[in-house]
Write a protein that binds this ligand. Structure first.
Ligand code: AMO
Length: 434
């Protein structure tokens, strides 16, 4: 291995008895039994036991090892010895021990799981919180979800793009924008790559995807909203909403399958038994969902969005991933294509997990005049959309796409209750630091 060490905890086996290794990490625990002292050393891949016997270990090394604070970073060179009672069945008998960074004491929070900490304490000291096995498992799964997503979309012919996050216009009517000062102009943090991914259809890129930050100035204080989230977006030409729904459900399936295959240890650490959802996902029309909500006693009229409670009731009735399709045109954004033969309904969908919405998408309006009308009908000023509308005047193919929240995909997959636990440094109404 490159760098200062030769092995991670997981690279060493009892069969390496007698080999010399150099390992590095944090002191998880020290147990001083007088004549013998154990250090449990932790690296990203696991735990190792360093065993110092007073009679056999160099006395300066023994004294140094014994006195170290928890969470200090050390580098140890020693001999592997098979030891049935030790974690992983081996211990390391040290020949040298270097203290690379000594930790202060007491720690801002306990990481061994013996003392619980509330979410604010944990987020205040996030770098320590992230040392917990549970958190490492979450972010390893998140990594594998994004890896599976990239690999799936690439296998479907999508190319990755990066669009601006500092913009001049809103995209999603209804959600608030964060204004910022851009030299002497007003600008905003982008709510969605929507307009730019559509511009790429005019540019002829055909199939694009982006994994990036979206900013929503919503004053929510819930377990499933962030003010800065990560969206996985696609846009594809010569496709309708059914084509991109097919891509979406297969992508979700691929992400589950990859995590199931690659993250056995992490799923075990999280106590999660992953069930891969079956394809195809059920399709439930807005009208049918409305019936279910009314049947459960929710007061809701045609044209209303489903509130959290109604959404839960529908989710409970269905009990698995499903698509909610054919929404009223009036509650979907201006870029959503209405059905030609029944314009009050739109070629739109949301992908739902029984717990919450995961994604929205649609076939888009690709004809210039209709798009302009739709922008006006939504009470927006087309002048603000000049750069966007222009692209519809010089050859814009029919196209469709969707956006799925990466955090929601991960949190529903591994049964995490609070969305803040699947982002490294969450941004919510109250938190801007760390
Ligand atoms: P929408 O606004 O529904 O659609 O967003 C798509 C998905 O992004 C996630 N998401 C959020 N996650 C956490 N906190 C938030 N505040 C938040 N807001 C959104 C959700 C949601 O389903 N342009 C369209 C997509 C498209 O049609 O291509 C859009 O932005 O999981």
């Amino acid at each position: 291995m490159d760098g200062m060490r030769t092995h991670y905890a997981s690279d060493i086996t009892p069969e390496m008895d007698g080999d010399t290794v150099t390992v590095a990490g944090w002191i998880h625990e020290t147990r001083d039994l007088g004549g013998i002292c154990f250090i449990v050393l932790r690296d990203r891949e696991g735990f190792m036991q360093i065993t110092m016997v007073k009679k056999k270990t160099d006395s300066a090394l023994f004294e140094k090892g014994k006195r170290l604070n928890r969470e200090s970073v050390i580098l140890v060179t020693g001999a592997v010895a098979g030891a049935k009672q030790a974690p992983r069945g081996y211990e390391i008998i040290p020949q040298s021990l270097d203290v690379l960074s000594e930790s202060d004491s007491p720690l801002p929070m306990d990481i061994t799981g013996k003392v619980g900490a509330d979410i604010d304490t944990r987020l205040d000291s996030r770098f320590i919180d992230l040392r917990r096995r549970r958190m490492l498992a979450i972010f390893t799964v998140r990594h594998h979800v994004l890896k599976a997503v990239r690999s799936f979309l690439e296998s479907e012919g999508f190319i990755e793009i990066n669009t601006p996050k500092v913009v001049a216009t809103a995209t999603e009517g209804g959600t608030a924008l964060f204004p910022i000062t851009y030299f002497n102009k007003e600008a905003f943090l982008n709510q969605s790559p929507q307009l730019y991914k559509q511009l790429m259809m005019a540019a002829g890129l055909d199939r694009v995807y982006e994994i990036g930050a979206i900013f929503r100035a919503e004053e929510h204080d819930t377990l499933r909203h962030l003010n800065e989230a990560t969206s996985i977006d696609i846009e594809a030409s010569f496709m309708d909403q059914l084509d991109v729904m097919d891509i979406l459900e297969r992508m979700v399936h691929a992400a589950y399958a990859h995590v199931s295959e690659s993250c056995a240890q992490q799923l075990n650490d999280l106590g999660v038994e992953l069930t891969i959802p079956e394809l195809p996902f059920r399709r439930v029309t807005y009208d049918d969902a409305l019936e279910i909500a009314l049947g459960c006693g929710h007061e809701i009229e045609w044209g209303d969005d489903f509130g959290t409670a109604a959404e839960r009731a529908i989710g409970n009735a269905i009990g698995e991933h499903y698509f909610l399709v054919d929404w009223p045109t009036e509650i979907k954004p201006y870029y959503t294509q209405p059905y030609d033969d029944r314009p009050p309904y739109s070629k739109s969908f949301d992908l739902m997990h029984p717990r919450m919405e995961l994604a929205s998408g649609s076939q888009r309006v690709h004809l210039h005049d209709l798009l302009r009308q739709r922008i006006e009908a939504c009470g927006l000023n087309p002048d603000g959309f000049d750069f966007y509308l222009k692209a519809f005047g010089y050859g814009m193919p029919p196209h469709a796409g969707w956006g799925i929240g990466a955090e929601r995909l991960v949190m529903t997959m591994i049964e995490i209750e609070n969305i803040r636990d699947v982002v490294l440094f969450p941004r919510d109404r109250k938190r801007l630091s760390p």
